[in-house]
Ligand binder design. Sequence first.
Ligand code: PEP
Length: 243
Amino acid sequence: MPRKIAAGNWKMNGMQSTLSELQRLEDKHGDADIAILICPPFTLISACEDTPFDIGGQDCHAAEAGAHTGDISAEMLADVGASYVLVGHSERRTDHGETDALIAAKSKAAYDAGLIAVICIGETLDEREAGTTLDVIDAQLAGSVPDTADALTTVIAYEPVWAIGTGKVPTTDQIAEVHAHIRARLQDRFDDGSEFSLLYGGSVKGSNAADIFGVPHVNGALVGGASLTTADFSPIIAALEAA
Ligand code: PEP
């Protein structure tokens, strides 16, 4: 069975004072039987060391080390206690012009450092309206998921770009169509394609989480805004535990 994962992407939010929020989350979900992954900004990763949660970076460089001012390697993330890293988030693809080939290289760097890569894919609104969503998904899966991926080292997050931070959420039928398609593609390509965890991301909230987690092949969520406070994240975690 794919692992159930409730993942929080704090993006460029969070100060040392924010860490008290993690204590509140631990009080409520410290012994959860699903994986809870927190991806804080780089500056807070080492301070998260003592939480019972999995910790991830929000990006890594494809190289192990060297002259890359301002960047962080996968090995550095592992060194400060991370066990996951997000790669290919749409904000990286858009703000930093990241390509599928670069995302595949970052994923390989993650594997080399012993990290699990959460590879993010998803269509824009124009692509959805043009009816090309599944073609976009195919191209991103083919280009950004390395041939060496497996279910232990790789999680796929389907995040329609138009649903991220907008409050707009696809219908459950739309999520079902894409997740079933991703599952089929992974099964075609990998012996353990049935075992990869597939996360949905894009405006997940306590009010829609149960419906989303009821969709076949949705094994969890990648949550942005609603992961910043325990009050908002906790109902999502509870819905995933109950699913
Ligand atoms: C995200 O950043 O991956 C995300 C899904 O954001 P939000 O939940 O705020 O839409």
